[in-house]
Write a protein that binds this ligand. Sequence first.
Ligand code: GLA
Length: 340
Amino acid sequence: MCLWTQPAAVVCASMTPLPISAFAPGRVNLIGEHTDYNRGLCLPFAVELGVTVTVERRAGGEIAAAGLPGDDPYLRGAIAELRAAGVEVPGCALEVSSDLPQGAGLASSAALCLALVLALRAAAGADRLAPVELATLCSRIENEHAGAETGLLDQLAALLGQAGQALRLDMWTLEAQPVELDLRGHELAVLGSGAPRALAASGYNERRAECRHAAELLGVESLREASDPSGLPDPLDRRARHVISENVRVDEAVAALKDGRMATLGELLDASHASLRDNYEVSVPEVERAVDACREAGALGARIMGGGFGGSVVALFPPDRALPESAIRVHAGAGARLLC
Ligand code: GLA
């Protein structure tokens, strides 16, 4: 599937009678962390939980939203980015609801942006957009209006998810390949670390800058093209080593899933975590405790998920295993769509 083709899930936009509802799910990234902005590989899936936005047109130009603070940066950003893209958002009343836990590392902000944009575009009768264009527009809302520099992982996972499937995203060729998420009775769960994510934005942006610098020193456009980081100064060599090895782990995880080798999948999660902790340095003590809690509960593997500096861990559990308290079971669900 090429990310420049139009998604079937959102085709009914301009023909939809009002009111319109749009749903966008959260995501879990099974493996392939801090690779998206290095044109690398990721293996996310959309979860069944998400954000729903219902929009009803109103006379006059006012846009009122229930379920969001009046000055919500995502709503302001969505309207501004749609206007900049030539979509005149009509006066309307919006209602936002969510069953996605906030701050649990399931990319609730990306889901909110996507649901807002899909609903508002539909209300405006705007044409369809290809997944990459839609994902890029939504990531601009987060980057420029909410101050979080992110890649396209969360948006593409939420947009292209399919029930029972993960997606192998190649951020260089911009291709998405569905990978059956057959866990042979095992379960994936997410456990919040409870760590305040105070350093998250600055730490994330610093890692992005380090990767750009490492690529520059290696004379390549992105770390996807790098293979030997040994000549780089510390810590750039370790940052690049993480990215290079993580891309390899994504394809090893795809192969393990295809062959039903769950123990190998668990080992890959552990190896990803070790690299994120030691090479990429995005873990914190609370996250280490959450990883330990998963392992003590019998997980075959566990790793920090998402941007890091707090947030959640994802872990693979054998069948019928009691999960650590407050862990959430996650299943692959369908991607963002208009509910028409
Ligand atoms: C955050 C960003 C994503 C991605 C991950 C790290 O979730 O939103 O774009 O960079 O961190 O893999």
